[in-house]
Design a protein around this ligand. Structure first.
Ligand SMILES: Nc1ncnc2c1ncn2[C@@H]1O[C@H](COP(=O)(O)OP(=O)(O)OP(=O)(O)O)[C@@H](O)[C@H]1O
Ligand SMILES: [Mg+2]
Length: 236
């Protein structure tokens, strides 16, 4: 069986700058995988490339065996990649409900209604705030809206770019606690995270990224006990 998501030799950059220097990565069906890395390691660039916001210059990106590299972002969304961008990128004046509608536009109406029910079950606090403008929500609630919007696209793989940013540890845990339910629904997760402890606590497997390359990988338990992980951070 093919992996949920599989990257091989992915090179990408911005203008003259090459940021991803040939990335290999795999996310198995139902797996939660974290990409760890210090500031500027290339995590956001990696997720943006998978989501099609940046076209890879070389390499292959397969979603359940199907090549998606080089397709426009909206087609990659339809193929089954949901992206929760760094910084959330909500529309402050639009309501919670509007954000769900935006995500759900890629799905057929019947499926949209199902997804909406399941998303509101996962984030009951959003059900109480459907009419509230996103800009007036707390940071944790805003993160839930960003995730809910991505889930409304009916993804097979959900890309989460540092959802912990600016949130209290307790709130981060409540976000990570949604992962088992997502896994049950057949959604595989690729998380980018700067914090070693947070990232490893949430994932089955981890990769450590440095200067646009994967330098270490293993199960979360293996990497939690590996001194080289911290060295990668401190060595920068
Ligand atoms: N728009 C851009 N223009 C020029 N350089 C960029 C741009 N975006 C990212 N870079 C550079 O690419 C490298 C990787 O950045 P990226 O944002 O992917 O890292 P990151 O791992 O997500 O970092 P952080 O943990 O701070 O979010 C950095 O050296 C960064 O300065
Ligand atoms: Mg980033």
């Amino acid at each position: 069986m093919s992996a949920a998501l599989s990257l091989s030799g992915v090179v990408a950059g911005i203008g003259p700058l090459t940021i991803l220097q040939g990335v290999d990565l795999e996310v198995g069906e139902g797996e939660v995988v974290v990409v760890l890395g210090a500031n500027g390691a290339g995590k956001t660039t990696l997720l943006r490339t998978i989501a099609g916001l940046l076209a890879p210059r070389a390499g292959s990106i397969r979603l359940r065996g199907e090549e998606i590299a080089g397709r426009p972002a909206h087609r990659i969304t339809r193929a089954g990649i949901g992206h929760v961008p760094s910084g959330r990128e909500l529309f402050p004046r639009l309501s919670v409900g509007d954000h769900l509608e935006l995500g759900g536009q890629v799905c057929a109406p019947a499926r949209r209604a199902e997804l909406r029910a399941s998303v509101l079950e996962m984030f009951p606090v959003l059900a109480e705030r459907l009419g509230q403008r996103a800009g007036t929500l707390s940071g944790g609630e805003q993160q839930m809206v960003a995730i809910a919007r991505a889930l409304m696209t009916d993804p097979r793989v959900l890309l989460l770019d540092e959802p912990s940013t600016g949130l209290a540890p307790r709130i981060v845990l409540s976000v990570f606690q949604t992962f088992p339910a997502l896994r049950k629904q057949g959604v595989s997760i690729l998380l980018a995270e700067q914090s070693l402890t947070l990232g490893l606590s949430a994932a089955d497997r981890a990769y450590v990224m440095d200067h646009g390359r994967m330098v270490l990988s293993g199960t979360a338990a293996e990497l939690a006990g590996d001194k080289r992980v911290a060295d990668t951070y401190l060595g920068r």
